[in-house]
Design a protein around this ligand. Sequence first.
Ligand SMILES: [Mn+2]
Length: 196
Amino acid sequence: MNRVKVAVFQEAKNGNNECGDSYFYRETENEFICALADGLGSGEFAKESSKIVIDIIKENYHSPVEELVKKCNEKLIGKRGTVLAILKIDYRSNNYSISSIGNVGVMTITGGNTRKRSVPNAGYLAGFNRKFKVVQEPLENEMNFVMYTDGVTSKELTERYFYEKDVERITKNFALKSKEKRKDDTTLIAIQYKHN
Ligand SMILES: [Mn+2]
């Protein structure tokens, strides 16, 4: 057990108190799950929706990704929409699954220092049925994942420090380079997977 290390950077827009992004991660004997949600808009109301979604995932984290997305969607009827990304690493099948709906990103960094951003499904979750894909890929013995909300810019994602293996170094470097107030709620989750 304990194949995963996680480090998180989170900051609210313009130094606000409440960040509209919510996240959750957990490692169990057989799997690791991380979910990141960004409520549409910012602040308190955005937080309400992103928190609803993350609470559902907390309660049902053992469910397959597809089921989780569906459950989250159902709970958002009559609420503000949210965008969501889920990463699940399955230690038994040696695969990982990613699904992102809307503007929450997942980037993988594999052994040969290859960065790849997963293609998100269009739109957002807001209670109505929508089609979405779950992408499944084989796990490498060592690889990193980065999950981020749209407060993180594309330019920032090209920085060299994303090649660091140590997740603390990634989030610390990111923090150092974001001295100015963030223009949007920002969450950056760095995840290192290593097969023992
Ligand atoms: Mn946002």
